[in-house]
Design a protein around this ligand. Structure first.
Ligand code: SIN
Ligand code: MN
Length: 223
């Protein structure tokens, strides 16, 4: 999507910081390339089954830890049982830089940005029509912020509150290269992705069909 002016960083809710275009095109391309490799090395991203048995429309894979509803494991317990791929230190450093930038805009995201020490990345592939229902990121046992990198088709990121799935919420269109950091008062708020915006593919990332989102988190888990 062409823009005449760069979008400014914003703090749409306390503890939620959007850093538009924070990932430069070369890093977007590299992230897509790495995600493809991680997919090849782990038997491919797969659709986790929710408690009711229905598969999610988003396909996922975990680095550092494998996640499936609603827990972390070192092994792909709901798949081939293999060990989760290692969490890449470079991704942790990139995410920590995003936390530092976000905390400069809204210090409530974390007391100590430099202490952010993530140990898991969850890669989400959204094909055409995929979406993610309102949920909390509640399987981590420490209060560290969540860093979310988006590449490809624009996704609508719906961000609400901690009391439940319903309104009020804000709808934030996340374009390719946008980064969101949420923490502090927003850490346990419900959020989801109700839709992608057709026709917003990023030419910089070539033939990526749909949207790629990578969330980087600190679980606080041992083992
Ligand atoms: C998530 O909430 O885990 C993913 C959010 C997104 O795809 O932007
Ligand atoms: Mn989430």
């Amino acid at each position: 999507m062409d823009r005449l002016l760069p979008r400014a960083p914003e703090v749409p809710l306390p503890g939620v910081v959007v850093l538009p275009g924070w990932l430069p095109p070369d890093l977007r391309v590299e992230l897509v390339r790495r995600c493809r490799t991680w997919g090849d090395e782990s038997g491919g991203p797969r659709a986790p089954r929710m408690r009711n048995g229905a598969p999610m429309s988003v396909r996922m894979l975990g680095l550092g830890w494998h996640w499936y509803p609603y827990r972390y494991s070192r092994t792909r317990d709901d798949g081939d049982g293999g060990r989760a791929l290692p969490f890449p230190p470079w991704l942790g450093r990139l995410a920590r830089r995003a936390v530092v930038d976000a905390a400069a805009l809204d210090p409530s995201v974390t007391d100590d940005p430099a202490a952010f020490d993530p140990d898991v990345a969850l890669v989400n592939w959204y094909g055409p029509g995929a979406k993610m229902g309102m949920h909390t990121d509640g399987d981590e046992v420490v209060a560290a912020p969540v860093v979310s990198f988006s590449v490809g088709t624009t996704g609508v990121f719906r961000f609400g509150h901690a009391a439940g799935r319903g309104r009020p919420w804000v709808d934030l269109p996340l374009e390719s290269g946008d980064v969101v950091v949420f923490g502090g008062p927003a850490r346990l708020a419900y959020h989801g992705v109700p839709k992608l915006v057709p026709g917003t593919d990023d030419p910089a990332v070539g033939d990526l069909p749909g949207r790629l989102n990578v969330t980087v988190r600190q679980t606080g888990l041992d083992g």
